[in-house]
Ligand binder design. Structure first.
Ligand code: BG6
Length: 498
């Protein structure tokens, strides 16, 4: 089918970018160079960056505007040279020390100067903290002291701060961080990123569930047998030992990405498509997850760590990892949700590093038909109807249903209907950060995590972290690097093939 012929009717919510100065702290770092700046450039190319906008990179690295632009010439995706030059004219760089008030005075002067250049109206400021989270409580108070977080009226022009995880490391530290941040910022000014929410498939869950009539009636314990959510990575921890040793996989993937995917699949329908209506439902859902049991935790939650296999090093051999480290690089869990919709439906979640391949997906397995008229084929012999929402590497969706195989004999089996986003977009793929940056610059918090959701998710996982500290509890199961994870995970369910 020709690209474009898939769609019947196509409506867009109107997006009108506002003039904005995006200030990136940590501008010379990996995240800014690999993800943020290419994403902003793509927004510019798609005319989703207001013409009066500017980007100011701040970091300790010794660049100036000219050398920073030069650096970007090497990393931005090739496109029309004129377009690239026009974009680079909007880029500026300020070298500074995050703890030094003088740096913020200079930043303030720069923002004022840019605001006077060509903007017809006052510019909004969006501060993106692409720095280690340990610097949040250095940068935010300094911004505040320099008067850069002050809004004239509520939100006009706005001052937003975007932050990357981690937001604390347990209930108490998250609460403390939250209290501190709220001394300087209102909740509507804080944009906590979970980049999984910017992925096409994850965003599409809302349309799938709430813009179609056919799924919602069967989206419950009467028709669904189980839900499996997987985020498997082929890579190990690379050069992130310093961070990962003190985080571990539960904090790195479960408390945020996995729980966000779960809440998108399982939440009730919000009353409207608005940031707070959606986040209210997510919060209700996370609060309805049954707490993990204090006893026999290992029967519902398995932790593992990759061990050397073939050419692949084990976690303990990675640079910067302690020889006897017990940090988990794999977690599998069975969760239950105590509400009418999900009573008794198990949600199986697994995520790990150095697994067989990179695969993230949400698989919903439906119950068998109550009775088969196609005897001797019994209902339980049929491949269950399964809806798979593929998050990556391919983004798309497939539905497997029972169907007759062509031919004179009566044969039936599972038939897969399938689409993928790259095909729909003519091979182009969209980075999660494009959507998230656009939303941050539009002032739309729908895809950002609210403080009470962070608190609820830590309430769920902090008891697990505490239990793991007890040497009597829960063995750390080693699994060969490049495998499907520890065999202990199979105690929870028969997982889909990786
Ligand atoms: C990050 C984690 O949030 O997500 C990383 O800190 C992980 O450890 C990454 O590798 C996975 O993101 P993606 O988009 O590659 O699945």
């Amino acid at each position: 089918m020709e690209n474009g012929n898939y769609w019947r009717g196509n409506f867009c919510l109107e997006v009108s970018p506002t003039p904005d100065i995006l200030v990136i702290f940590g501008a010379s770092g990996d995240l800014a160079r690999r993800k943020l700046l290419p994403a902003i450039y793509n927004l510019f190319r798609r005319e989703l960056l207001h013409g009066d906008s500017h980007i100011v990179g701040c970091a300790r690295h010794d660049y100036d505007t000219a050398s920073f632009r030069e650096l970007l010439r090497g990393v931005l995706p090739p496109a029309e040279p004129e377009q690239l030059e026009a974009f680079l004219q909007r880029i500026h760089y300020l070298r500074g020390d995050y703890g030094d008030p003088e740096s913020y005075r200079q930043l303030g002067a720069k923002l004022e100067e840019l605001g006077k250049l060509d903007a017809a109206m006052p510019l909004n400021y969006t501060f993106y903290l692409a720095t280690p989270s340990s610097l949040y409580l250095t940068i935010v108070p300094q911004l505040s002291a320099a008067g850069l977080l002050k809004e004239d009226f509520e939100g006009t022009p706005w001052r937003h701060v975007v932050m990357e995880k981690p937001f604390g490391r347990d209930t108490a530290s998250a609460q403390e961080l939250d209290l501190e941040l709220h001394r300087y910022l209102k909740e509507r000014q804080i944009y906590r990123i979970d980049h999984y929410l910017g992925k096409e498939t994850v965003q599409n869950i809302l349309m799938l569930r709430f813009a179609n009539i056919i799924f919602e009636p069967i989206w419950n314990q009467h028709y669904i047998a189980k839900v499996e959510i997987t985020a498997a990575e082929e890579i190990g921890i690379g050069r992130r030992a310093g961070y990962f040793e003190s985080a571990g996989l539960l904090r790195d993937m479960f408390q945020n990405h996995m729980l966000e995917m779960l809440s998108m699949v399982a939440m009730e329908m919000p009353g409207e498509f608005s940031a707070d209506a959606i986040r209210d439902e997510k919060l209700k859902l996370i609060r309805a997850i049954r707490p993990f049991p204090q006893k026999n935790l290992e029967t519902v939650l398995v932790r593992g760590q990759y061990a050397a296999a073939g050419d692949l090093a084990g976690y303990r051999q990675e640079e910067g990892v302690a020889a006897g480290s017990t940090t988990e690089t794999f977690v599998a869990a069975k969760l239950l949700i105590d509400n009418w919709r999900w009573r008794g439906v198990p949600f199986f979640l697994r995520s790990g590093k150095r697994l067989k391949r990179r695969l993230s997906e949400i698989a919903i397995t439906f119950k068998a038909v109550p009775h088969s008229i196609f005897q001797p084929i019994r209902a339980q012999d049929m491949t269950p109807d399964t809806l798979v929402l593929s998050v990556q590497p391919e983004e798309g969706m497939s539905l497997t249903i029972q169907a007759k195989q062509p031919g004179p004999k009566l044969c039936m089996g599972g038939l897969m209907m399938h689409f993928n986003y790259a095909e729909l977009a003519g091979g182009e793929s969209f980075e999660a950060y494009e959507r998230l940056l656009l939303d941050a610059m539009l002032g739309d918090q729908t895809l950002f995590i609210r403080s009470d959701i962070i608190a609820a998710s830590w309430r769920l996982f902090t008891p697990v972290l505490e239990a793991w500290r007890n040497p009597e509890c829960c063995p750390l199961e080693l699994y060969p690097a490049g495998s499907s994870g520890p065999s202990g995970a199979d105690r929870l369910t028969e997982w889909r093939e990786l």
